[in-house]
Design a protein around this ligand. Structure first.
Ligand SMILES: [Zn+2]
Length: 453
């Protein structure tokens, strides 16, 4: 099946390309890039549209595996479906230390049944910590538990996980020894480490140093996750300077961010442990509940205490980030787009369905970022960070993961009330040269395969 995409403006930051060119997809690859019109089974006229490499989401949270041993793929609410509808063709899951399932087995499952998008996994530190038998997140692991974690994590990396993720915030008992011994496993095949660092706001610089010291000491490629919700409270400039200093001293470190001014997490998480209001300089009213009888309401002390006690898994949205800090992150050349999308049976933050559309609609279209720059943060930058040489680019021989979109029409429509609502303006998405989505609707939802290293 040969597909010709003609007359579109091809933007391919990995190759420093931005020209009207025709693309021929064949055999799952980009077979030709030309000004001519080679014969094809299907011809798509992309006049007036942008042709880009399929988007790569370097930070998101995967769908669970059901009791039947299959990936949960509920049409409207599965997160991989949300990803595909907004133009993502490769998603990197297993973030913040969390895995829904053994990550190596998860990759096998993706290859067996297919997924809406290609999926790469990080091995989640907290998942392996619990598997080693340590259930108390506030205390350090024993030597025997640490040894068990090392064995299991090494196996997950052998199975093709792209690195290890940490949610230091969610496991306060983790110490330097545990961080360093587990991270050291990534040296063998030069895999990456990523973290939701220990704290945010006024404590973000110390928290960043703790994690960067580990990556630096081990010489690892290091990623600081969703920096808007870590340093987006007035600390962004200092935080970025800290990262820049490390880079100037030889460290391979970069960051991701999502283009929203509010974050979301469960009410029972350590984010809301006592002291949180002092840290953010706010009151209970910045927290909106996404589920249960108070869905859509802002908290009072009474509601906060009741739900945190009775329903700690309740998803919340917290409106405390500063617009200028998030915008500053996206102007910095070392920050890529990671949605941090997370879905809990269709409940959650609209970033899972809207992040990539939003960067185009709210940053690129009004000129806050050039279109090339925005596309770079969604394609070439994450591909390079992950060491993916066939994705995030459109030269001859690259994987035929392609998006065609209309910059004038692209819009994120998902809201905190309706976080899975598809957006508009993504005309076509191909995965491996096959049409996966059209007009933000899924055509074939199982073309994605595992991405391993
Ligand atoms: Zn996180």
């Amino acid at each position: 099946m040969k597909t010709l995409i003609k007359n579109g403006l091809v933007i391919d930051p990995a190759n420093r390309v931005q020209s009207r060119l025709n693309l021929l997809l064949d055999g799952g690859k980009v077979a030709a890039v030309t000004s001519g019109e080679p014969a094809a089974d299907q011809v798509v006229d992309a006049t007036g549209k942008i042709v880009s490499p399929g988007f790569i989401d370097i930070h998101m949270h995967e769908d669970p595996v059901g009791p039947d041993g299959k990936l949960v793929k509920t049409e409207d609410t599965a997160i991989f479906n949300c990803m595909l509808r907004m133009g993502v063709t490769t998603a990197i899951a297993g973030q913040c230390g969390l895995n829904q399932y053994d990550p190596g087995a998860y990759l096998d499952l993706i290859d067996r049944d297919g997924a809406a998008v290609n999926v790469g996994m990080l091995a989640g530190h907290a998942f392996f910590r619990e598997r080693a038998g340590h259930m108390d997140k506030y205390t350090p692991v024993t030597e025997a538990e640490l040894a068990a974690m090392e064995t299991d994590l090494a196996r997950a990396l052998e199975q093709g996980c792209l690195g290890i993720s940490y949610g230091i915030r969610y496991v306060p008992g983790i110490d330097r020894r545990e961080l360093e011994r587990t991270a050291a496993l990534c040296r063998k095949q030069d895999k990456m480490i990523a973290a939701h660092i220990r704290s945010d706001a006024g404590e973000v610089l110390d928290a960043a140093r703790e994690f960067l010291d580990v990556g630096d000491a081990l010489g690892l490629s290091t990623q600081v996750s969703h920096i808007g919700s870590m340093a987006g409270f007035g600390q962004m400039e200092e935080f970025l300077a800290l990262v820049d200093r490390r880079r100037m001293n030889g460290m391979r470190v970069s960051c991701d961010c999502y283009p929203y001014y509010a974050f979301s997490t469960t009410l029972g998480s350590a984010t809301y442990d006592p002291g949180w209001m002092e840290r953010y300089h706010c009151g209970y009213d910045v927290v909106e509940l996404c589920e249960g009888k108070y869905k859509g309401q802002r908290c009072t002390k009474e509601i906060f205490d009741e739900v945190r006690r009775d329903n700690p898994g309740c998803m919340t949205v917290c409106y405390v980030m500063q617009d200028q800090d998030v915008d500053m992150a996206f102007r910095h050349p070392n920050v890529m787009l990671g949605s941090d999308g997370i879905m809990n049976c269709g409940q959650g933050h609209p970033r899972a369905s809207g992040s990539f559309l939003r960067l185009l609609a709210k940053f690129a279209r009004p000129g806050k970022l050039s279109l090339f720059d925005a596309v770079n943060r969604m394609t070439a930058m994450p591909a390079e960070k992950l060491g993916l040489t066939k994705k995030g680019r459109l030269n001859v021989g690259a994987d035929a993961d392609v998006v065609v979109f209309d910059l004038d029409k692209v819009e994120d429509l998902a809201t905190f009330q309706n976080p899975t609502l598809p957006g508009r303006g993504i005309d076509y998405v191909w995965i491996g040269g096959r049409l996966a989505a059209r007009d933000c609707r899924i055509i074939e939802g199982d073309l994605g395969r595992s991405v391993r290293k």
